[in-house]
Ligand binder design. Structure first.
Ligand SMILES: [Zn+2]
Length: 200
């Protein structure tokens, strides 16, 4: 029996030039290896294995693995794409840091830049009334504007946004929710790359 938790864990994906570009589930990583689209990387030796040679590798006694009828397969934690030199996923992750970056640390109602400690995330259509946490419904607001707006829409509060909020156009760096980072990835990505994903 396969352990579903192992298959659902993240594997780090490297492009042809060995830059980390995103993560996929171990299940997906195995599929990419099986079709020849990716090879598995042994993190401490940088050895690269195709599907067949990877499944032939011995599994250490206490090592997490995937069990099939006939085989015990090592869990691929890092894979290398064989024909892809693309850059990080252009869809910007909706995170606190990216939202501050998009709004340039500026209150989107009055335009002040009071410093990050004095800014908070405002839900344009209030969260208490079902407003979503999304690029289109969230902006930075200063303490004063937050207090003025409360649980109201900008129209109800008689406030105006500087501009219509949208998904950022820039391509953000690789971001992976904290707690999902594997030790074996540390050789491929620097700590500065990690970010915290906001809850939906
Ligand atoms: Zn303000």
């Amino acid at each position: 029996m396969n352990s579903p938790s192992v298959l659902a864990q993240p594997a780090l994906v490297l492009n042809e030039s060995w830059s980390a570009i995103h993560t996929v589930t171990v299940r997906h990583a195995l599929r990419l290896m099986f079709t020849g689209a990716a090879k598995a990387v042994v993190p401490h030796s940088y050895e690269v294995h195709g599907f067949d040679s990877w499944t032939a590798l011995a599994v250490e006694p206490d090592e997490p693995h995937i069990k099939t009828v006939r085989l015990k397969i090592k869990v691929p934690e890092v894979i290398l794409l064989t024909h892809y030199a693309g850059q990080p996923n252009p869809a910007a992750v909706f995170s606190r840091r990216n939202l501050f970056r998009r709004d340039h640390n500026q209150c989107q109602y009055c335009g002040v830049r009071p410093g990050t400690a004095e800014l908070s995330i405002d839900h344009i259509f209030p969260r208490s009334r079902g407003g979503k946490s999304s690029w289109e419904n969230c902006v930075l607001a200063c303490t004063d504007c937050n207090r003025t707006k409360r649980d109201r829409t900008p129209e109800e509060a008689g406030m105006r946004l500087l501009k219509r909020p949208d998904k950022p156009k820039w391509s953000p760096i690789l971001e992976i929710p904290l707690g999902r980072v594997k030790h074996s990835w540390s050789r491929f990505v620097s700590d500065a790359y990690w970010d915290v994903r906001l809850e939906p």
